[in-house]
Design a protein around this ligand. Sequence first.
Ligand SMILES: [Zn+2]
Length: 40
Amino acid sequence: MGTIVCQTCNSTIEHFEDEKVTVLYSKGSCQCDPPNQQEK
Ligand SMILES: [Zn+2]
């Protein structure tokens, strides 16, 4: 099973089917990280 984890707050956003155990770090898919926020 794969897991998508928030890059900012490190919380699990979503799970997806996968043969291996996979962790993907995502940004902008979590409420703690609004898309309009500018990066430094
Ligand atoms: Zn987050």
